[in-house]
Design a protein around this ligand. Structure first.
Ligand code: ADP
Ligand code: MG
Length: 578
C-alpha cells in the first residue's frame, strides 16, 4: 500500500508549482471567509453604535476593506476553479497515457479474456474520478480545517455557552452525514460498474451491427441493452435516495442550530450578556462552521471514489505483460529467415489441453511452406507462436538460430509480416492504412506497394483515390480489396518472414486470383508460411506440411504427398469432387 501512496502522489510532481498556488488560494479563500464576519461585527458593534466621531468616514473605509477582501476571494476562487481543475485534467491525461501505453503492452492472452467496453471505461470514467480527487482533495482539507478552526475560535470568543449548544449538535450531524454518505458511495460504485456493463453491451452490439441486422435481431439487442440500462437506474435510485437524506438532513440540522442559537442567544440578549452585533456575527459564523462538515463528507466521497478508481487503475497497471523483452534481449537487425521449431508444445491456458505437442520443424530461409489440415488442429496457433503472440509451453522456436524469447519483441516482430483472413483496417484513408506498414513511407513507395498488391487499379477507381476514406474498419471496401490493402501494407514493411493465414479462403474466385498473384510476388526471396484451406493455393509450395490432432502427419511436395496416398491425398481428392 505504501508504494501505492507514493505512486498516487507522484502524479503531482510535474505540477508542484500549480499545486502550491492552488493551496495558497485555498488558504486565502478560508481566511477571507473568516475575516468578513469579523468586519461586519466591527461595523455593527463599533461604528454603528453612534459613539464614534468619524463614523461616516470609518464606514466607508470598512466598506473599501471589505470590497478588497471580496475581490481577493473572487480571484482566488476563480484560480482554484480554473487552474485547479486544469491541473486535475492534466494529471488525468498523464495517468490515461500511462494506462494506454500499458494496454498496448499486454499480451493477446489478456485480450482473449477481457471485454473491450470494460477496458474503455477504466481509461475514461475511472481516471476522471481520480482527477477530481487530485484537485479537490487537498483543497477541501485545507479549506475545511481552516474554516472550522477559525469559526470555532470566533464563536468561543463571542459566547462559550452558545458555542457549547452548537457543538451538541455536531456529533449527531457528523454521524448522520457519514452514514448516508457511505450508503451513497456504495450505490455510486455499483452505478459505475453498471456504466461499464452498458459500455460493454454497446460495444458488442455496435461491433456486430451487421450481424444484428442480418438476423433482424434488433429487439434482442434492445432487450439486452434495456436490461443493463435499467440496472443502471436501479443503482442510481439507491444513490439518490441516500443523497436526498444527506442533503435535506444537513440543511435541517443547520436550521435547527440557527433556531437554537436565536432562542438561547435571544435569552442572553434579554439578560444583556450578548448584544445584537455578537448574535449576528454568531449566526454568520455557524454557516462557516458547518460548511466544512459538508465539505469533509464530500471529500470522503471523492476519496472513496478516487481510491477505488486508483486501485482499479493500479490493478490494471500492475498486470505484468506475460510476454516482454528479456533483460538482455538481442536486437535482430534484418533476419535471414530460418525458422526452426524444436519440440514445441503449447496450450492456451493451464486448464486447457495441449493444442500443439512436440512439434519439430525446420524451415530454411526463403523456403515456401504450406500448412494444411482440418479446422481446429492448430495451424493458426502454430504460426502465431513465431511472432511470440503467445508464449510456448515447452520447447524452443529459433529465428536464424536464436531463441525468439531472447530477441527483442520489437525487432522480432519487425522481421515478420502477417496477412490474416479477417483483415483489420483502421479508420482513415487508403493511404493511411497502407502506410501502417512503414510509417515514414513516401507517396511513391505507397503506390508501388499498392501496385505489387494488385490494389492500385481499384484504388484509382475510388472517388478520392488514395485519399478515399475507408470507413470504420474498412466497411466501404470488399473483402478482396481489404485483403489486398493488407498485403500492400506487408509489401511496404518488407519483412524476411511472412505468414498468410487463410488469406484467400473467404474470397470469390476473381478476388482470390488477384490476391494469389500478389501473394506470389510477395513470396520472392522470403520465408513464406501459408495456411490454406483451398488446396489449389498450396500446390506451388516447396513443402506441404499436413497437421492433424496428433501433430505433423506427413510432409513433402504436392506430387510426393499424392504419391504417398495418405491424409493429404484424401483431402485433395475430397476437394476435387466438390
Ligand atoms: P486452425 O487454425 O488449425 O483452424 P487454431 O489454431 O485456430 O486452429 O485453433 C486450435 C485450437 O486452439 C482450437 O481447438 C481452438 O479452439 C483453440 N484456440 C484457438 N485460439 C484460442 C484462444 N485464443 N484461446 C483458447 N483456445 C484457443
Ligand atoms: Mg486458423
Amino acid at each position: 500500500m505504501n508504494s501505492r501512496i507514493k505512486k498516487f502522489l507522484s502524479y503531482y510532481k510535474p505540477y508542484l508549482g500549480l499545486f502550491y498556488a492552488d493551496m495558497a488560494c485555498a488558504f486565502m479563500i478560508s481566511a477571507v471567509t473568516l475575516v468578513l464576519p469579523l468586519c461586519i461585527r466591527y461595523v455593527t458593534k463599533n461604528i454603528l453604535d453612534g459613539n464614534m466621531a468619524n463614523a461616516h468616514q470609518q464606514l466607508y473605509v470598512m466598506g473599501a476593506v471589505m470590497l478588497v477582501l471580496v475581490a481577493i476571494h473572487t480571484i482566488c476562487n476563480m484560480f482554484v476553479d480554473y487552474q485547479g481543475h486544469t491541473m486535475g485534467a492534466m494529471m488525468e491525461r498523464d495517468m490515461r497515457r500511462e494506462l494506454f501505453e500499458h494496454y498496448q503492452k499486454l499480451s493477446n492472452r489478456f485480450y482473449d479474456e477481457q471485454k473491450t467496453g470494460q477496458l474503455m471505461t477504466r481509461i475514461t470514467n475511472d481516471s476522471f474520478s481520480l482527477s477530481e480527487l487530485y484537485h479537490h482533495g487537498p483543497e477541501d482539507i485545507v479549506i475545511s480545517m481552516l474554516k472550522f478552526v477559525g469559526a470555532f475560535i470566533i464563536l468561543i470568543n463571542i459566547d462559550v455557552k452558545l458555542t457549547l449548544i452548537v457543538f451538541l449538535f455536531l456529533p449527531v450531524m457528523a454521524v448522520y452525514s457519514f452514514y448516508f454518505n457511505k450508503r451513497m458511495n456504495i450505490a455510486l460504485r455499483k452505478s459505475k460498474d453498471r456504466i461499464g456493463d452498458i459500455n460493454a453491451q454497446v460495444e458488442d452490439t455496435l461491433s456486430g451491427i451487421r450481424v444484428v441486422k442480418s438476423f433482424t435481431n434488433e429487439p434482442v439487442e434492445e432487450r439486452k441493452f434495456a436490461y443493463e440500462n435499467n440496472r443502471f437506474v436501479q443503482s442510481r435510485k439507491e444513490g439518490y435516495k441516500s443523497e436526498a437524506y444527506f442533503s435535506a438532513g444537513l440543511i435541517a440540522f443547520t436550521q435547527l442550530i440557527t433556531i437554537a442559537v436565536i432562542v438561547f442567544g435571544g435569552a442572553g440578549m434579554l439578560h444583556s450578556s450578548l448584544d445584537l452585533a455578537d448574535l449576528l456575527t454568531f449566526i454568520l459564523c455557524i454557516g462557516i462552521l458547518i460548511e466544512p462538515i459538508q465539505r469533509l463528507v464530500n471529500f470522503a466521497r471523492l476519496y472513496q471514489e478516487g481510491i477505488t478508481a486508483f486501485d482499479r487503475f493500479m490493478e490494471m497497471l500492475e498486470i505484468e505483460p506475460d510476454i516482454q523483452d528479456s533483460a538482455d534481449a538481442i536486437e535482430l537487425a534484418h533476419a535471414q529467415g530460418n525458422v526452426e521449431f524444436k519440440q514445441v508444445s503449447f496450450k492456451y491456458n493451464e486448464n486447457y489441453d495441449y493444442v500443439l505437442k512436440d512439434i519439430s520443424l525446420d524451415i530454411k530461409a526463403g523456403e515456401y511452406v504450406a500448412f494444411v489440415g482440418a479446422s481446429g488442429v492448430g495451424k493458426t496457433t502454430l504460426c502465431s507462436l513465431i511472432p511470440r503472440f503467445y508464449e510456448i509451453t515447452r520447447g524452443a522456436i529459433l529465428l536464424d538460430g536464436k531463441n525468439i524469447s531472447d530477441i527483442s519483441l520489437h525487432s522480432l516482430r519487425r522481421n515478420i509480416g502477417i496477412v490474416q483472413q479477417d483483415v483489420y483496417l483502421f479508420a482513415g484513408t487508403i493511404s493511411d492504412n497502407i502506410r501502417y506498414g512503414k510509417m515514414d513511407a513516401s507517396e511513391e513507395e505507397i503506390m508501388e506497394a499498392a501496385k505489387k498488391a494488385n490494389a492500385h487499379d481499384f484504388i484509382m477507381d475510388l472517388p478520392d483515390g488514395y485519399d478515399s476514406d475507408i470507413g470504420q474498419r474498412g466497411v466501404k471496401l470488399s473483402g478482396g480489396q481489404k485483403q489486398r490493402l493488407s498485403i500492400a501494407r506487408v509489401f511496404l514493411k518488407n519483412p524476411p518472414v511472412i505468414i498468410f493465414d487463410e488469406a484467400t479462403s473467404a474470397l470469390d474466385n476473381e478476388s482470390e486470383k488477384a490476391v494469389q498473384e500478389s501473394l506470389e510476388k510477395l513470396t520472392d526471396n522470403r520465408t513464406t508460411l501459408v495456411i490454406a484451406h483451398r488446396l489449389s493455393t498450396v500446390r506451388n509450395a516447396q513443402r506441404i506440411i499436413v497437421l492433424t490432432d496428433s501433430g505433423i502427419d506427413e510432409q513433402g511436395t504436392h506430387e510426393e504427398l499424392i504419391k504417398l496416398d495418405g491424409t493429404y491425398a484424401n483431402l485433395y481428392n475430397l476437394q476435387l469432387k466438390i
